[in-house]
Design a protein around this ligand. Structure first.
Ligand SMILES: [Zn+2]
Length: 460
């Protein structure tokens, strides 16, 4: 199959952009990338898809996703972080059944596909959402995912006196055992589309000895680990109360830094933390919309990039963003970094697109198979339809997409050579049924949690 006549943003090591370009795919692999006339001459008589007026680029990679939060989107707006978490998010999530977890994950994946995301890192899948249902949904959707299974043994958060909603509490032994069982069952499933990771809670939610155990078990199996780190100022004061210089230092002392670790948020850090992360190959997922909405701070992206840290991008969750549209969030990376530095040149559009593609692939350990359009890599790619007023003209397709595009501009999505969406119609999962199920299940979850959430203005 040949996708021809597109403007191709390859994200290859030379970052080449090909006008009137074509990509040929065979099975799940890319077999040619070049000028349309050259690719057609090399592969005559093959099925062709005309992409005139579209930009073809690698599928986006969302490195921080709470799939269970899609169905509680908009349920914790305009609240301080403690009320947000203790009175709404944990109450609702703690009222989920396995079927709710599966339905929310399907809703989340549908939204990601429809906005051009082809792979994601689920950071904290709790026991009660049902690992198997979520894994099955990933395989059915056609997406690629690393699923971080929650590990915890302490029902508190940093130095807060408040306790988690009972439905969210798990014990250390069970959460470790079930993570390893999920790893044995699902690692590598879907012809390598699925990875199983550890998704431990932040310092304060896990005892130091359990962190040591996670670190040893992950190293034995080369499993990934993803942890929220330095998201709020309290993470820093908690680490200092434990005798560490920072929250990054705290987890480093428990063996949790390294090339298979992705730290989420990473706001309250300094140059010494960036140096340690770069030296250990620890990855960062930057979550600009979530940090802005919950007012937890502007992450020092400019400093981390300059120190050589691999920084990727993530949407976070339904109550904290409130969407899983990575294209919508890309512009925020630059905007927030510019505001912080009072300088509009510090994190340019090119860096942002790297974070959303090739840097995300590195964070997931998948840089040999995805994140750029190159011969030998998997065909994970999206078409953005530029025939729209907000994308016209587009003198530089990179900055136009980063600063002006919406997720709804994505026309076609291909993952592992499979056309997952075409003409905005998702072909792998049933859009109508997923929306209908989420609408039906959400009020039942809220009722179980004793919450009734509606407009704050008078309703007639
Ligand atoms: Zn998160």
């Amino acid at each position: 199959m040949i996708f021809k006549n597109a403007t191709i943003i390859t994200m290859n090591p030379r970052r080449e952009i090909i006008m009137q370009g074509a990509v040929a795919i065979s099975g799940k692999h890319i077999v040619a990338v070049g000028k349309t006339r050259d690719v057609l001459a090399e592969f005559p008589g093959k099925k062709q898809i005309d992409c005139n007026g579209n930009v073809l680029l690698p599928g986006l990679i969302d490195t921080h996703v709470h799939t269970a939060q899609a169905m509680i989107r908009g349920c914790a707006d305009d609240l301080g972080l403690i009320d947000w978490l203790f009175k709404r998010v944990w109450v609702l999530q703690g009222s989920y059944s396995y079927e709710d977890g599966r339905a929310s994950a399907a809703l989340c994946m549908l939204e990601m596909i429809k906005s051009g995301t082809t792979a994601f890192l689920e950071c904290m899948l709790a026991e009660r959402y049902g690992f198997d249902g979520v894994a099955e949904t990933v395989l059915q959707s056609g997406m690629k995912a690393a699923i971080g299974k929650i590990v915890m043994d302490t029902p508190s958060y940093a130095e807060s006196e408040m306790k988690m909603y009972p439905g969210m509490v798990e014990d250390g032994e069970t959460s470790i055992r079930n993570t390893l069982a999920a790893y044995d069952k699902w690692e590598g499933a879907g012809d390598g589309r699925l990875q199983v990771w550890f998704g431990p809670r932040t310092p304060g939610g896990v005892t130091p000895s359990l962190y040591d155990e996670i670190s040893a078990l992950a190293r034995e199996r080369n499993m990934g680990i993803t942890i929220h780190n330095s998201e709020v100022k309290e993470d820093l004061s908690y680490a200092r109360s434990q005798g560490c210089r920072s929250a990054v230092d705290f987890i480093g002392q428990h063996g949790l830094l390294g090339p298979r670790t992705v730290l989420a948020h990473v706001v309250w850090t300094d140059a010494e933390d960036w140096r340690v992360m770069a030296e250990t190959g620890t990855h960062v997922t930057h979550n600009p919309a979530s940090n802005a909405k919950t007012a937890t701070g502007i992450a020092p992206v400019q400093g981390m990039l300059a120190s050589g840290v691999n920084v990727a991008l993530g949407c976070d969750g339904g109550p904290s963003n409130n969407t899983y549209d990575l294209i919508r969030d890309m512009r925020l990376v630059s905007y927030l970094a510019n505001l912080k530095a009072e300088d509009p040149t510090v994190v340019p559009a090119e860096s942002v697109l790297e974070m959303a593609t090739i840097n995300g692939a590195k964070a997931l350990g998948w840089e040999k198979q995805t994140g750029s359009l190159e011969v030998g890599k998997h065909a994970d790619m999206i078409l953005i339809n530029m025939d729209a007023p907000h994308l016209t003209p587009a003198p530089d397709p990179v900055s136009t997409i980063v600063y002006a595009a919406h997720g709804t501009d994505v026309d076609t999505v291909v993952i592992d050579g499979q056309v997952v969406m075409q003409g905005r119609k998702v072909l792998t999962i049933d859009e109508g049924a997923i929306l209908e199920e989420a609408r039906r299940r959400y009020p039942e979850v809220a009722a179980r949690g004793g919450l009734k959430i509606g407009p704050r203005w008078p309703v007639l």
